[in-house]
Design a protein around this ligand. Structure first.
Ligand code: ARG
Length: 659
């Protein structure tokens, strides 16, 4: 079976080639008119007719796919496709002409803008061709194919193309959004994505750096999961290394019967410090510690048991933090890669890529400032070795398409050299597999110095989370919410605000920068904070309650009531809502989650503008009775709540119905 578009395209092509051959015959015949002009004119006409039909068919096909697809449409992408095509035709002699489509900042510049003409003019200039950008813009506009979403375009200023979207198109997509729920844009290819995040070190305190990694990594996973990829969330804990020698030796002394009775190590930090002290001061102990490492590495069951016991104490501590923040990940620590490390060393050695350097074995990828130490002079492996092994495992066993490491930027060089070594040995081609370090800045205290407690100690994460809980309850009580909410609702709100604020404060800043941790700022319900957004969300949800509309009634309305967008603020809100997929797709490329926060904040303020200007529910001033419900506006409220809820979900925030 042949669909009409293909059929028309084929006929069109045939006609075109006939015209071509006729034209060339005409050339050779010198006196063409007499013989062929009639036939040629006819064909030309027929050709134009066919082209016209083809365009109509293409457009209706697009409309059909757009409107019947459950996925949200990335409008920016659609416009880029359209303008990319138009530019391709308008500037057919340019290779890779620049393409720029962005949402317009002001209504007078249309809904979107294409600003390619200026850049193209520059490009031509460098090739010694002088063309006015306005002229280029005109050529682009003339070549825009028929499509389902552009109402009209206009050329402004030096050569900006202002794009106006069709109201019916936006309205239809909003209805789809309500009927299908917030669905991800269609996926080109489902990818295997590994996110290595959180990754604290066993027997050591999980610090604020790990908190950042946990929050950012979890949100990245949530994004990729929503987009439909296959995500592996890995906790690459530091659970292997020489420090376990001294820990085990100390365990044997403190809890000699540890094999039969589980040792009550209450405070692993203190335990670590004690064993470190002995290690540094007591030669005899030190020797034993080294022996313990050897026994552990040879997988002596008693030593594996001791190691597991120590890891378990740490795990329980970490788990408390994960439970608070609702984080789920798979622990696959450095120890998992032990045997693989030996293989990796062998592979580099055999390929002649290893060098000896004062007893150490190093790998020096070209162009890098430092080498990787793959084997220490005592024969042991390092952080470098385990990361090489982990990368290899993720490429070949997990068959990853995309591997992300979320750690502080201090480790940037480490990862850069690891990735370079992996490319050097040919494990992956960066054009095929994306391997990236998503680094982040340090957490600062309000004094702009490294985050510490008043007494100068490192802050324990559980203490920090508990303080968040306390502060958020204070805030709720200050607002008198304890008098309105049930105790259950109050605790829900407390947790949502406390943990939501901590996450949001982190995510709303560009991760590259350092960020100042301030409970006062994050709990402020004005400005770009979780507190503000969570409140905004409950307010939107309460509008439906005000109008006595339940879910079923709203659903019914979505099916029948067209969403009018005549008021300027309705139009602004409608367009803002539909930008959600383009925001997500951008983050997929740059891994900068703060753009989602910025977007949600913009959505909340755009909603407020709409709500202040457009009556949704009209009430009798005296009786307070509902006299009129403007249903299409209720639907806009619903759509806003739906997008916000999905945004919260990706950021790991838990919205509440009442707070
Ligand atoms: N455990 C390390 C630390 O605390 C982070 C590990 C990050 N992941 C990795 N594959 N190196 O700094």
């Amino acid at each position: 079976m042949c669909d009409p578009v293909t059929e028309y395209t084929a006929r069109l092509q045939q006609q075109e080639s006939e015209i071509k051959s006729l034209s060339s015959e005409i050339e050779t015949l010198k006196n063409p008119q007499d013989l062929f002009s009639e036939g040629l004119d006819e064909l030309r006409e027929e050709n134009a007719r066919l082209k016209y039909r083809l365009n109509i068919l293409k457009k209706s096909l697009q409309e059909e796919t757009t409107y019947n697809s459950k996925s949200m449409i990335n409008i920016n992408q659609r416009l880029q496709d359209i303008f990319g095509g138009a530019i391709g035709v308008a500037c057919s002699d340019l290779e890779n002409p620049p393409l720029a489509v962005t949402p317009s900042q002001q209504a007078k510049f249309g809904d979107y803008q294409c600003n390619s003409a200026m850049a193209i003019s520059q490009m031509l200039k460098s090739k010694a061709q002088k063309v006015n950008p306005r002229e280029i813009a005109e050529r682009i506009v003339q070549n825009i194919p028929d499509n389902e979403l552009i109402e009209r375009t206009e050329i402004a200023g030096p050569g900006f193309i202002n794009i106006h979207l069709k109201k019916t198109f936006v309205s239809k997509l909003l209805t789809n959004l309500l009927l299908n729920g917030v669905q991800p844009p269609t996926l080109d290819k489902k990818k295997k994505v590994v996110v290595d995040f959180s990754s604290p070190n066993i027997a050591k305190e999980m610090h604020v750096g790990h908190l950042r990694s946990t929050i950012i990594g979890d949100s990245m996973c949530r994004l990729f999961e929503f987009l439909g990829h296959d995500v592996l969330r890995l906790n690459h804990v530091g659970d292997w290394g020489t420090q376990f020698g001294m820990l085990i030796a100390h365990l044997q002394d403190m809890f000699p019967n540890y094999l039969s009775v589980s040792p009550p190590i209450g405070d692993l930090q203190a335990f670590y410090k004690e064993s470190k002290k002995r290690f540094d001061e007591d030669e005899e102990f030190k020797k034993r510690a080294y022996q313990c490492v050897v026994r552990l590495q040879s997988k002596d069951p008693d030593f594996i048991k001791a190691w597991n016991l120590i890891c378990d104490v740490s795990r329980q501590e970490f788990q408390k933090v994960y439970d608070c923040l609702d984080i789920h990940l798979l622990e696959r620590g450095e120890s998992f890669y032990q045997d693989l490390m030996t293989e990796v060393v062998k592979e580099f050695e055999e390929r002649g890529l290893m060098q000896l350097d004062e007893g150490r074995k190093v790998v020096f990828p070209p162009g890098q400032s430092i080498p990787l130490t793959v084997v220490k002079s005592d024969g042991g492996y390092t952080y470098d070795t385990s990361d090489l092994a982990a990368l290899r495992q993720r490429i070949f066993d997990e068959k990853s398409d995309f591997i992300i490491y979320v750690t502080d930027s201090g480790q940037a060089v480490h990862f850069q050299v690891v990735f370079a070594a992996a490319q050097m040995i040919g494990w992956y081609d960066p054009k095929v597999i994306r391997v990236e370090h998503a680094g982040f800045g340090v957490v600062l205290g309000e004094d702009k110095k490294k985050f510490k407690t008043r007494s100068g100690d490192t802050v324990r994460l559980m203490d920090l989370l508990n303080e968040g809980l306390k502060r958020s309850m204070d805030k709720l009580i200050e607002k008198g919410r304890d008098k309105v909410l049930t105790p259950e609702e109050l605790t829900q709100a407390q947790r949502a605000v406390a943990f939501g604020c901590i996450k949001y404060a982190d995510l709303s800043h560009n991760r590259i920068n350092d960020y100042v941790f301030s409970f006062d700022k994050m709990l402020d319900d004005r400005g770009n904070t979780a507190a503000y957004l969570l409140y905004a969300f409950t307010r939107i949800r309460s509008i439906a309650r005000l109008a006595n509309l339940d879910e079923a009634a709203l659903r019914k309305a979505a099916e029948t009531c067209e969403i009018a967008l005549d008021h300027e603020k309705e139009w602004k809100l409608g367009k803002c809502l539909l930008r959600f997929p383009e925001v997500l797709q951008k983050i997929q490329d740059d891994l900068l989650l703060h753009t989602l926060c910025d977007y949600l904040y913009e959505l909340a303020t755009t909603f407020t503008e709409f709500y202040d200007n457009c009556y949704c529910v009209e009430k009798d001033r005296k009786t307070g009775e509902v006299v009129k419900v403007n249903m299409w506006r209720m639907l806009l409220c619903e759509a806003t709540a739906a997008i916000m809820a999905k945004g919260f979900d990706i950021l790991g925030l838990t919205p509440v119905q009442r707070m």
